[in-house]
Ligand binder design. Structure first.
Ligand code: 13P
Length: 273
Protein backbone atom coordinates (compact mmCIF):
# COMPACT_ATOMS: atom_id res chain seq x y z
CA UNK A 1 0.00 0.00 0.00
CA UNK A 2 1.25 3.52 -0.86
CA UNK A 3 1.21 5.83 2.17
CA UNK A 4 -0.45 9.25 1.98
CA UNK A 5 0.25 12.54 3.73
CA UNK A 6 -2.92 14.08 5.15
CA UNK A 7 -3.41 17.82 4.51
CA UNK A 8 -4.16 19.78 7.72
CA UNK A 9 -7.58 21.36 7.09
CA UNK A 10 -10.00 20.84 4.25
CA UNK A 11 -11.71 23.89 2.81
CA UNK A 12 -14.80 23.56 0.66
CA UNK A 13 -13.76 23.69 -2.95
CA UNK A 14 -15.99 25.38 -5.53
CA UNK A 15 -14.72 24.97 -9.09
CA UNK A 16 -16.51 26.97 -11.80
CA UNK A 17 -16.23 25.10 -15.09
CA UNK A 18 -16.95 27.73 -17.72
CA UNK A 19 -16.46 25.14 -20.49
CA UNK A 20 -16.35 26.74 -23.98
CA UNK A 21 -18.16 29.91 -22.91
CA UNK A 22 -17.00 33.54 -22.73
CA UNK A 23 -14.52 35.19 -25.06
CA UNK A 24 -11.40 36.51 -23.29
CA UNK A 25 -13.00 39.95 -23.15
CA UNK A 26 -16.24 38.62 -21.64
CA UNK A 27 -14.32 36.42 -19.21
CA UNK A 28 -12.41 39.46 -18.02
CA UNK A 29 -15.60 41.49 -17.51
CA UNK A 30 -17.22 38.59 -15.71
CA UNK A 31 -14.21 38.14 -13.43
CA UNK A 32 -14.32 41.84 -12.64
CA UNK A 33 -18.00 41.54 -11.67
CA UNK A 34 -17.39 38.48 -9.49
CA UNK A 35 -14.40 40.06 -7.88
CA UNK A 36 -16.42 43.15 -6.85
CA UNK A 37 -19.12 41.09 -5.21
CA UNK A 38 -17.50 38.00 -3.76
CA UNK A 39 -16.86 37.74 -0.03
CA UNK A 40 -13.70 35.81 0.76
CA UNK A 41 -14.09 33.07 3.32
CA UNK A 42 -11.22 31.15 4.90
CA UNK A 43 -13.20 27.94 4.69
CA UNK A 44 -14.01 28.18 0.97
CA UNK A 45 -11.60 27.96 -1.96
CA UNK A 46 -13.02 29.35 -5.20
CA UNK A 47 -11.49 28.19 -8.46
CA UNK A 48 -12.32 29.44 -11.95
CA UNK A 49 -11.77 27.26 -15.01
CA UNK A 50 -11.94 29.46 -18.13
CA UNK A 51 -10.98 28.42 -21.65
CA UNK A 52 -7.29 27.88 -22.33
CA UNK A 53 -6.92 31.14 -24.29
CA UNK A 54 -8.16 33.30 -21.42
CA UNK A 55 -5.97 31.79 -18.72
CA UNK A 56 -2.97 34.04 -19.21
CA UNK A 57 -4.86 37.33 -19.09
CA UNK A 58 -7.14 36.24 -16.24
CA UNK A 59 -4.00 35.12 -14.40
CA UNK A 60 -2.77 38.72 -14.49
CA UNK A 61 -6.15 40.18 -13.54
CA UNK A 62 -7.18 37.79 -10.79
CA UNK A 63 -6.75 38.63 -7.12
CA UNK A 64 -5.17 35.48 -5.79
CA UNK A 65 -6.70 35.81 -2.36
CA UNK A 66 -10.14 35.65 -4.03
CA UNK A 67 -9.73 33.06 -6.76
CA UNK A 68 -7.46 30.33 -8.01
CA UNK A 69 -7.43 29.22 -11.62
CA UNK A 70 -7.88 25.83 -13.25
CA UNK A 71 -7.40 24.59 -16.80
CA UNK A 72 -10.14 22.41 -18.28
CA UNK A 73 -7.71 19.97 -19.87
CA UNK A 74 -4.06 19.47 -20.82
CA UNK A 75 -1.90 17.05 -22.78
CA UNK A 76 0.23 14.52 -20.95
CA UNK A 77 3.55 14.96 -22.76
CA UNK A 78 5.61 17.88 -21.45
CA UNK A 79 6.58 19.14 -24.93
CA UNK A 80 7.00 18.01 -28.51
CA UNK A 81 5.34 17.74 -31.91
CA UNK A 82 1.71 17.61 -30.72
CA UNK A 83 -0.11 20.21 -32.80
CA UNK A 84 -2.92 21.97 -30.99
CA UNK A 85 -2.10 20.68 -27.53
CA UNK A 86 -1.12 22.50 -24.32
CA UNK A 87 1.02 20.63 -21.80
CA UNK A 88 0.85 20.56 -18.02
CA UNK A 89 4.39 22.00 -18.05
CA UNK A 90 3.03 25.07 -19.88
CA UNK A 91 0.24 25.44 -17.32
CA UNK A 92 2.61 25.30 -14.37
CA UNK A 93 2.67 28.70 -12.62
CA UNK A 94 -0.58 29.75 -14.28
CA UNK A 95 -3.07 27.42 -12.61
CA UNK A 96 -3.35 25.40 -9.41
CA UNK A 97 -5.78 22.82 -10.74
CA UNK A 98 -6.41 20.99 -14.01
CA UNK A 99 -9.72 19.24 -14.72
CA UNK A 100 -8.99 15.81 -16.15
CA UNK A 101 -11.33 13.21 -17.63
CA UNK A 102 -14.41 15.41 -17.81
CA UNK A 103 -17.21 13.41 -19.43
CA UNK A 104 -17.20 15.83 -22.37
CA UNK A 105 -13.54 14.92 -22.88
CA UNK A 106 -14.30 11.20 -22.48
CA UNK A 107 -17.39 11.05 -24.70
CA UNK A 108 -17.18 13.98 -27.14
CA UNK A 109 -13.40 13.79 -27.66
CA UNK A 110 -13.05 10.03 -27.10
CA UNK A 111 -10.40 10.25 -24.40
CA UNK A 112 -9.45 6.82 -23.13
CA UNK A 113 -8.65 5.64 -19.61
CA UNK A 114 -5.01 5.60 -20.67
CA UNK A 115 -5.12 9.25 -21.82
CA UNK A 116 -6.74 10.25 -18.54
CA UNK A 117 -4.25 8.30 -16.42
CA UNK A 118 -1.31 9.88 -18.27
CA UNK A 119 -2.82 13.35 -17.87
CA UNK A 120 -3.33 12.87 -14.11
CA UNK A 121 0.33 11.93 -13.83
CA UNK A 122 1.44 14.90 -15.96
CA UNK A 123 -0.49 17.33 -13.75
CA UNK A 124 1.00 15.86 -10.57
CA UNK A 125 4.49 15.74 -12.08
CA UNK A 126 4.16 19.47 -12.80
CA UNK A 127 3.09 20.20 -9.20
CA UNK A 128 -0.57 21.05 -9.76
CA UNK A 129 -3.69 19.25 -8.54
CA UNK A 130 -5.82 17.18 -10.90
CA UNK A 131 -9.58 17.33 -10.56
CA UNK A 132 -10.31 13.84 -11.84
CA UNK A 133 -13.91 13.52 -13.07
CA UNK A 134 -15.64 10.16 -12.82
CA UNK A 135 -19.24 9.11 -13.33
CA UNK A 136 -21.54 6.73 -15.11
CA UNK A 137 -23.69 7.28 -18.19
CA UNK A 138 -27.49 6.87 -18.15
CA UNK A 139 -27.14 3.42 -19.77
CA UNK A 140 -24.58 2.26 -17.25
CA UNK A 141 -26.81 3.46 -14.44
CA UNK A 142 -29.86 1.71 -15.90
CA UNK A 143 -27.80 -1.50 -16.09
CA UNK A 144 -26.81 -1.19 -12.41
CA UNK A 145 -23.17 -0.58 -13.36
CA UNK A 146 -22.59 2.66 -11.41
CA UNK A 147 -20.29 1.26 -8.73
CA UNK A 148 -18.29 -0.81 -11.23
CA UNK A 149 -17.76 2.23 -13.44
CA UNK A 150 -16.62 4.30 -10.47
CA UNK A 151 -14.32 1.53 -9.32
CA UNK A 152 -12.72 1.20 -12.76
CA UNK A 153 -12.36 4.93 -13.38
CA UNK A 154 -10.87 5.60 -9.95
CA UNK A 155 -8.45 2.67 -10.02
CA UNK A 156 -7.35 3.48 -13.56
CA UNK A 157 -7.09 7.25 -12.94
CA UNK A 158 -4.92 6.71 -9.86
CA UNK A 159 -2.58 4.13 -11.37
CA UNK A 160 1.03 5.11 -10.65
CA UNK A 161 0.00 7.98 -8.37
CA UNK A 162 2.04 7.90 -5.17
CA UNK A 163 0.64 8.09 -1.65
CA UNK A 164 2.06 11.58 -1.26
CA UNK A 165 0.53 12.79 -4.53
CA UNK A 166 -2.92 11.36 -3.90
CA UNK A 167 -3.54 13.78 -1.02
CA UNK A 168 -3.28 16.66 -3.54
CA UNK A 169 -5.96 15.22 -5.77
CA UNK A 170 -9.62 16.04 -6.11
CA UNK A 171 -12.12 13.52 -7.43
CA UNK A 172 -15.34 14.93 -8.87
CA UNK A 173 -18.35 12.66 -9.10
CA UNK A 174 -20.12 13.89 -12.22
CA UNK A 175 -22.79 11.45 -13.37
CA UNK A 176 -22.99 11.97 -17.13
CA UNK A 177 -26.80 11.76 -17.08
CA UNK A 178 -27.00 14.69 -14.65
CA UNK A 179 -24.81 17.13 -16.56
CA UNK A 180 -26.52 20.14 -18.08
CA UNK A 181 -29.98 18.97 -17.05
CA UNK A 182 -31.39 22.46 -17.30
CA UNK A 183 -30.82 22.37 -21.06
CA UNK A 184 -32.24 18.97 -21.77
CA UNK A 185 -35.56 17.28 -21.09
CA UNK A 186 -33.89 13.87 -21.00
CA UNK A 187 -31.51 14.75 -18.17
CA UNK A 188 -32.23 15.26 -14.49
CA UNK A 189 -30.06 16.28 -11.56
CA UNK A 190 -28.66 13.70 -9.17
CA UNK A 191 -29.75 13.80 -5.54
CA UNK A 192 -27.48 14.33 -2.52
CA UNK A 193 -28.13 10.65 -1.72
CA UNK A 194 -26.85 9.62 -5.18
CA UNK A 195 -23.73 11.62 -4.41
CA UNK A 196 -23.32 10.00 -0.99
CA UNK A 197 -23.38 6.49 -2.50
CA UNK A 198 -20.78 7.44 -5.12
CA UNK A 199 -18.60 9.31 -2.64
CA UNK A 200 -18.44 6.26 -0.35
CA UNK A 201 -17.45 4.04 -3.25
CA UNK A 202 -14.74 6.50 -4.34
CA UNK A 203 -13.27 6.72 -0.82
CA UNK A 204 -13.50 2.94 -0.46
CA UNK A 205 -11.32 2.51 -3.56
CA UNK A 206 -8.85 5.15 -2.38
CA UNK A 207 -8.70 3.46 1.04
CA UNK A 208 -7.99 0.08 -0.53
CA UNK A 209 -5.13 1.57 -2.59
CA UNK A 210 -3.65 4.06 -0.12
CA UNK A 211 -5.21 3.48 3.31
CA UNK A 212 -7.86 5.18 5.42
CA UNK A 213 -6.03 8.41 6.01
CA UNK A 214 -5.66 8.99 2.25
CA UNK A 215 -9.33 8.25 1.71
CA UNK A 216 -10.16 10.95 4.26
CA UNK A 217 -7.59 13.38 2.86
CA UNK A 218 -8.63 13.26 -0.79
CA UNK A 219 -11.30 15.79 -1.68
CA UNK A 220 -14.45 14.40 -3.27
CA UNK A 221 -16.77 16.96 -4.87
CA UNK A 222 -20.02 16.86 -6.84
CA UNK A 223 -20.82 18.20 -10.32
CA UNK A 224 -23.87 17.87 -12.56
CA UNK A 225 -26.61 20.53 -12.66
CA UNK A 226 -25.50 22.16 -9.42
CA UNK A 227 -27.35 25.41 -8.85
CA UNK A 228 -28.12 27.86 -6.08
CA UNK A 229 -31.14 25.81 -5.03
CA UNK A 230 -29.58 22.37 -4.74
CA UNK A 231 -26.00 23.28 -3.69
CA UNK A 232 -26.73 23.17 0.01
CA UNK A 233 -28.19 19.67 -0.21
CA UNK A 234 -24.98 18.26 -1.69
CA UNK A 235 -22.75 20.25 0.65
CA UNK A 236 -24.62 18.99 3.69
CA UNK A 237 -23.60 15.42 2.89
CA UNK A 238 -20.89 14.34 5.32
CA UNK A 239 -18.27 13.51 2.70
CA UNK A 240 -18.90 16.38 0.28
CA UNK A 241 -15.81 18.57 -0.04
CA UNK A 242 -17.21 20.92 -2.66
CA UNK A 243 -18.93 21.42 -5.99
CA UNK A 244 -18.17 21.69 -9.69
CA UNK A 245 -20.91 23.81 -11.28
CA UNK A 246 -21.01 24.35 -15.04
CA UNK A 247 -24.04 26.29 -16.32
CA UNK A 248 -24.74 27.92 -12.94
CA UNK A 249 -21.18 29.25 -12.76
CA UNK A 250 -21.88 31.45 -15.81
CA UNK A 251 -24.36 33.56 -13.87
CA UNK A 252 -22.65 35.73 -11.27
CA UNK A 253 -25.61 35.98 -8.86
CA UNK A 254 -26.18 32.26 -8.91
CA UNK A 255 -22.51 31.40 -8.62
CA UNK A 256 -22.04 33.71 -5.64
CA UNK A 257 -24.99 32.05 -3.90
CA UNK A 258 -23.32 28.66 -4.42
CA UNK A 259 -20.12 30.00 -2.86
CA UNK A 260 -22.09 31.33 0.11
CA UNK A 261 -23.77 27.93 0.59
CA UNK A 262 -20.32 26.41 0.99
CA UNK A 263 -19.47 28.97 3.64
CA UNK A 264 -22.76 28.41 5.47
CA UNK A 265 -21.97 24.73 5.70
CA UNK A 266 -18.78 25.29 7.64
CA UNK A 267 -20.00 24.32 11.10
CA UNK A 268 -21.46 21.02 9.95
CA UNK A 269 -18.43 18.85 9.37
CA UNK A 270 -16.63 16.90 12.00
CA UNK A 271 -13.27 18.24 13.19
CA UNK A 272 -10.48 17.58 10.73
CA UNK A 273 -12.80 17.22 7.71
P1 13P B 1 -23.69 21.64 -15.50
O1 13P B 1 -23.59 22.30 -14.16
O2 13P B 1 -24.01 22.58 -16.62
O3 13P B 1 -24.58 20.44 -15.45
O4 13P B 1 -22.23 21.10 -15.86
C1 13P B 1 -21.60 20.32 -14.92
C2 13P B 1 -20.21 20.06 -15.37
O5 13P B 1 -20.01 19.38 -16.36
C3 13P B 1 -19.13 20.69 -14.61
O6 13P B 1 -17.90 20.17 -14.97
Amino acid sequence: MKTATKPSVKRKLIVANWKMHFTTHKASLYLHKLSEKIATHKDVEVVLAPNMLSLQSLGMQVKHRQFKLAAQNCYWRDEGAFTGEVSATMLHGLVDYVIIGHSERRYVFSETEKDIRMKVQAVLRNKMSPVLCVGETAHQRADGETLHVLHDQVVSGLANVTGEEVARMVIAYEPVWAINSSNSKTHKAATPEDFAVAEKEIRKQVASLYGKSASEAIRVIYGGSVNADNARGFLSQEGCDGLLPGTASLNSEEFLKIVESAHDNKGRDKAGK
